[in-house]
Design a protein around this ligand. Structure first.
Ligand SMILES: Cc1cc2nc3c(=O)[nH]c(=O)nc-3n(C[C@H](O)[C@H](O)[C@H](O)COP(=O)(O)OP(=O)(O)OC[C@H]3O[C@@H](n4cnc5c(N)ncnc54)[C@H](O)[C@@H]3O)c2cc1C
Length: 463
């Protein structure tokens, strides 16, 4: 519980309209989009309006060793914004100005509370796009998605959020304000701190401004759906498309469980008897798109797939709406949805798909697998009930084994959802004790009192 004196100091900085202390309102900040993780009600929610206010809030927190949990839209899937140690939730939603679209340098300068789609709407008249494209483009913030280094549907060709950050303004754990990087394509001055803070999940600094790279919008696109009777054929198609030197903008997979659920939810005419679907989009210059689409078609047919091409914009929109409905549709079926994003080299996608199917059988669990197959980034999604202790014990065993399998294949614990609280206990599996110790040294160097998002990424001192 914070003292009245501290609440007054915070209110003096941001104004009474930007401080929440009502218990019912605070409850909505006690959780995020992650299932099967603890929740906690913060002492206060503070919404700064500018960088100077962020700095003042951090100085108050630092002086009193109060935890600060920075929050964008709370759509993360790793428990990243849950205020485990109470304290301050710092909501960045009100710092939401697009400061500049600089079409000459192909960059935009934004505050962290800007929603990803809002940036894309602002740059579209210039014939530009901001490519990172998580399923939550309509809700997630720029700050949250960079702090998570979110990926999404266009990761295969365009990369993920961290690849688009050229400059940053951050507030450090002692309240100091630092500007890093900028609008130049080349910049090797000092350590690459922009890269360090991208994906640091609010544990090292608070992002108060971003300079991000934009790219020309593709001239044309072609979307296709490939239908398979065998999961293995779908997996092999994924790696062979890329092996044949075609890098689609998007190469997504849905297994049979996901197809059925999505069709029931969205009614877009998906083939419910298929073992797997691939949703593929190639983009670029028209002649290149046509040639790439031809190669994709040949690979699909060679792997016993059936091809459907979206002929109109409406058909294209339906395909992608179906893909974006995958998680909400699966989540609507159970009261707990444990979604993972273990990621493997693309050449092991088939093995990983089969492994997910086998884990479902071994632990008697319903697992729907979908995801960014072209990136090797699958989202096995376990439908369960957190009140059923026997089932949850099987879920936890399946997840432990899933991570062992992914890391054993040369993969990683997380392709895009981050470590947060949920995956911290698995870090050593991938990074070894020395790697985890290095993370701790970085954390201690930048946030010695562990006030920034404590209990995430790096275990608390003594835990
Ligand atoms: C239905 C659904 C689909 C999704 N699809 C995808 C997908 O395809 N790809 C993908 O990568 N992710 C996906 N996600 C996860 C989520 O959308 C992304 O992680 C998202 O970009 C996070 O943005 P946010 O604004 O909600 O951040 P939050 O959840 O609010 O925060 C995320 C992390 O960033 C930190 N943070 C927030 N703002 C700042 C800041 N200004 N400075 C420092 N740290 C900060 C927080 O402390 C937290 O650790 C999906 C989630 C859902 C619910």
């Amino acid at each position: 519980m914070l003292s009245q004196e501290i609440l007054k100091q915070l209110t003096d900085v941001v104004g009474a309209d930007n401080v929440i202390t009502d218990q019912a309102d605070l409850l909505t900040y006690s959780y995020d989009s992650t299932a099967d993780v603890p929740t906690e009600i913060p002492d206060v929610v503070v919404s700064p309006l500018n960088t100077a206010q962020v700095s003042e809030v951090v100085k108050i927190a630092a002086a009193n060793k109060i935890p600060i949990y920075t929050r964008g839209s709370g759509t993360n899937l790793s428990g990243g914004t849950i205020p485990l140690k109470k304290g301050i939730v710092l909501s960045m939603r009100k710092m939401n100005e697009i400061k500049q679209v600089d079409s000459e340098n192909l960059v935009a300068v934004v505050e962290p509370g800007v929603i990803i789609n809002e940036l894309n709407e602002a740059v579209a008249p210039f014939g530009l796009i901001y490519p990172p494209d998580p399923g939550t483009v309509a809700t997630a913030t720029m700050g949250g998605s960079v702090a998570e280094s979110s990926g999404g549907l266009r990761g295969l060709k365009y990369g993920v959020s961290k690849h688009y950050v050229m400059g940053m303004e951050v507030v450090l754990a002692n309240g100091d304000i630092v500007k890093l990087g900028g609008k130049t394509v080349k910049n090797v001055t000092g350590y690459d701190l922009v890269a360090l803070f991208s994906g640091s999940e609010g544990t090292l600094a608070i992002i108060t401004q971003l300079t991000v790279k934009l790219v020309p919008a593709p001239e044309t696109k072609k979307s296709m759906m490939a239908i398979f009777k065998k999961l293995e054929d779908a997996g092999n198609t994924v790696s062979q498309i890329v092996e044949n030197k075609v890098i689609p903008a998007t190469l997504e997979i849905m297994d049979n469980s996901t197809i059925r659920v999505v069709e029931n939810f969205a009614k877009v005419g998906l083939p419910v008897d298929a073992a797997a679907l691939l949703l593929i989009e190639v983009d670029g210059l028209e002649e290149v798109v046509n040639r790439d689409a031809e190669v994709v078609k040949e690979v699909i047919l060679k792997n016993n797939g059936e091809l459907q091409v979206a002929e109109t914009e409406d058909e294209r929109a339906k395909l992608w709406a179906a893909r974006r409905a995958a998680l909400p549709a699966l989540a609507s079926l159970s009261n707990t949805t444990v979604l993972e994003d273990a990621t493997v080299p693309r050449s092991r996608v088939t093995d990983m798909l089969v492994a997910c199917e086998n884990l479902g059988k071994k632990y008697n669990l319903t697992i729907g697998t979908f995801g960014h197959a072209g990136d090797g980034n699958l989202h096995p999604t376990i439908l369960c009930d957190s009140a059923n202790t026997d089932e949850m014990a099987r879920v936890h065993k399946a997840v432990d084994e899933l991570f062992e399998i992914a890391v054993g294949m040369g993969g990683t614990l997380s392709g895009e959802h981050g470590i947060g609280f949920a995956k911290m206990k698995y870090l050593e599996l991938e990074m070894g004790a020395t790697g985890v110790a290095l993370l701790r040294r970085v954390k201690e160097a930048l946030d010695p009192d562990f006030i920034l998002n404590p209990g995430k990424m790096v275990p608390l001192k003594g835990e």
